[in-house]
Design a protein around this ligand. Structure first.
Ligand code: GLY
Ligand code: MN
Ligand code: MN
Length: 429
C-alpha cells in the first residue's frame, strides 16, 4: 500500500458497532474481493472489498473475517484468515502481511493462515443459530458476476442447511453512511491531494495541451502524495466533450476558447474525493461562459445550504430543481412557458441538468447508503450541479464534498479554488 498506516481504532470501532446489531447466537463471515483475470497470466490491480476493509483495515486478497461475539471459545470471537506468505511469494509478488502486521493493522488478536479456515469454522459454526453473509445489495449494482461471499454462501448452505441465513448488507449500509472522525480525516486527506492536483492543472493548462497530458499531471500529483490513484476514471473533457457525462477518453487537444470540465478525485487509504471544476483553456472565460459558470456556482452554493440533517432526498432534489430552473431562465435557456407546461415527472430543467445533484461518498465513490433515509449527521455527500448546452459546445459542472454536522455542514473542499476570478488569477499567475 502507498498510504500510511490507518489508526486501527477505526476498525475496532466498526466491528464493535457491527456485532452490536447482530441477533443473539450469530456468526458473520466476510470475504475479500476476488482478483480478476486480465489477460495471459495477469490479474487486474487488486481492489479490496469496501465492507471488508471497513471491518478489518486489511488490504490484501483472499482474506476472510469471522465475527462470532457469543462464541463459546473466546479465541474465535474475532478471527482473521490470511493467505500464507512464503519465500516464493515474497520473491515473486513481494511483501504480504505477516500475522503480526495483520494484528497491528486490524486490532484482531486471532490471525491464522487460510489453510486453517475450514477446520476452525467447522469447530465453531454449529454453536451459532444464525449465519450472516455479506451479499452485494447496492441498488446501483446489477452485474451478473458471482463473488467470494456469494460463492461461500452456496457452499455453506449445502454444508449447514439448517442454520438461519441472515443479511449483513443492511447493517453495513446503515453503519457506513455515518462517518467517524478517522474516516473524515482520511476523506480530508483525499480532498487535500485532489486540491493540489487541481492547482497543478491550473498552472499547466493552455491552448494546445492534450486532455491526456492533463490527466498525467493529475496522476503524477496523486501518486507522489501516496494516493493509491484515481477514485474513478477521471473526466478531462474539453469543449463539446463535456456534454458527454461519462467522457473518459481524454484524448483530444484543448482549444483556445473552450472550457474544460474536470471530474477527478484521489483515493487515499480506500477513501475517496470526488471533485468537479470547469476552467477556460485560455485562462479567461468568455462573457457567456462566465454567465453559465456563475449560474452553476450559484446553484451549488444554494444547494449546499440544503444539505443538512433531516433533509429528505426527493424534497432536496425538487428544491435544487427550482433553483436550477430560475438560473436556466436567467440564461435564456428556458422560458416561463416551458416551465408552466412542464411534466412534473420530467421537469424542463432536466434538458440541461440531467443527473442527480448529490450522492453519498466514502469507501465507494457512490457510497453504499439508503436512498430513502433522510440525511444524518456524519454523512458526506457530494454537491454537483451542472449545465450542459450542446449548441454552445459547453458543459459546466462544479462538485464539492460536504460533511453534515450537528451545526449545519462543512464543505471539505472549501479551500479548492472555485470562484471564477480566482481560477483566472491562478491560471494567469
Ligand atoms: N465522478 C462521479 C460522480 O461525480 O458522481
Ligand atoms: Mn464527480
Ligand atoms: Mn459525484
Amino acid at each position: 500500500m502507498k498510504y500510511l498506516p490507518v489508526n486501527q481504532h477505526l476498525f475496532l470501532y466498526n466491528r464493535k458497532n457491527f456485532v452490536s446489531i447482530l441477533k443473539p447466537s450469530s456468526i458473520a463471515i466476510f470475504n475479500a474481493n476476488d482478483e480478476f483475470p486480465r489477460s495471459g497470466d495477469q490479474t487486474f490491480v487488486f481492489k479490496q472489498n469496501a465492507d471488508f476493509f471497513y471491518l478489518t483495515g486489511i488490504d490484501q486478497e483472499q482474506s476472510i473475517l469471522i465475527l462470532f461475539p457469543d462464541c463459546p471459545n473466546t479465541l474465535y470471537k474475532e478471527v482473521l484468515f490470511l493467505r500464507q506468505t512464503s519465500e516464493h511469494i515474497a520473491v515473486w509478488e513481494g511483501h504480504k502481511y505477516t500475522k503480526e502486521e495483520a494484528k497491528q493493522a486490524s486490532g484482531i488478536e486471532s490471525v491464522f493462515w487460510l489453510s486453517e479456515f475450514n477446520a476452525i469454522l467447522h469447530s465453531i459454526i454449529n454453536y451459532a443459530e444464525n449465519i450472516y453473509i455479506n451479499t452485494n445489495e447496492n441498488d446501483r449494482f446489477n452485474f451478473d458476476v458471482p463473488y467470494r461471499d456469494l460463492r461461500m454462501l452456496d457452499k455453506l448452505r449445502a454444508q449447514y442447511p439448517l442454520h438461519h441465513y441472515q443479511r449483513s448488507a443492511p447493517i453495513m449500509r446503515d453503519l457506513r453512511v455515518v462517518k467517524s472522525e478517522i474516516e473524515i480525516e482520511l476523506t480530508k486527506k483525499a480532498c487535500a491531494i485532489t486540491r493540489d492536483a487541481f492547482i497543478r492543472t491550473l498552472k499547466f493548462v493552455k491552448p494546445g495541451v492534450a486532455e491526456y497530458e492533463i490527466e498525467a499531471e493529475i496522476t503524477h500529483e496523486f501518486l507522489r502524495q501516496r494516493a493509491t490513484g484515481h477514485a474513478y476514471s477521471p473526466i478531462i473533457a474539453s469543449g463539446k466533450n463535456a456534454i458527454v457525462l461519462h467522457y473518459i477518453d481524454n484524448n483530444q487537444v484543448c482549444k483556445d476558447g473552450d472550457v474544460i470540465l474536470f471530474d477527478f478525485g484521489a483515493e487515499y487509504a480506500n477513501y475517496n474525493a470526488d471533485m468537479s471544476r470547469s476552467v477556460p483553456v485560455s485562462g479567461r472565460f468568455t462573457k457567456r461562459q462566465r454567465q453559465v459558470y456563475d449560474a452553476v456556482l450559484k446553484v451549488m452554493r444554494e444547494a449546499t445550504k440544503l444539505i443538512v440533517a433531516g433533509a429528505v432526498w426527493n424534497d432536496y432534489h425538487d428544491e435544487v430543481g427550482k433553483i436550477m430552473t430560475a438560473e436556466l431562465i436567467g440564461l435564456g435557456l428556458l422560458n416561463k412557458h416551458d416551465v408552466e407546461k412542464q411534466d412534473p415527472k420530467m421537469p424542463a430543467y432536466k434538458k440541461y441538468f440531467m443527473h442527480g445533484t448529490s450522492h453519498h461518498l466514502g469507501l465507494d465513490v457512490h457510497d453504499f447508503a439508503s436512498r430513502y433515509k433522510p440525511f444524518e449527521v456524519g454523512n458526506i455527500l457530494t454537491c454537483e450541479p451542472g449545465i450542459y448546452i450542446p449548441q454552445e459546445n459547453l458543459g459546466i459542472r462544479l462538485e464539492n464534498n460536504i460533511l453534515i454536522t450537528k451545526d449545519g455542514n462543512i464543505d471539505l473542499m472549501a479551500n479548492i479554488p472555485i470562484d471564477g476570478d480566482e481560477i483566472e488569477l491562478i491560471m494567469n499567475s
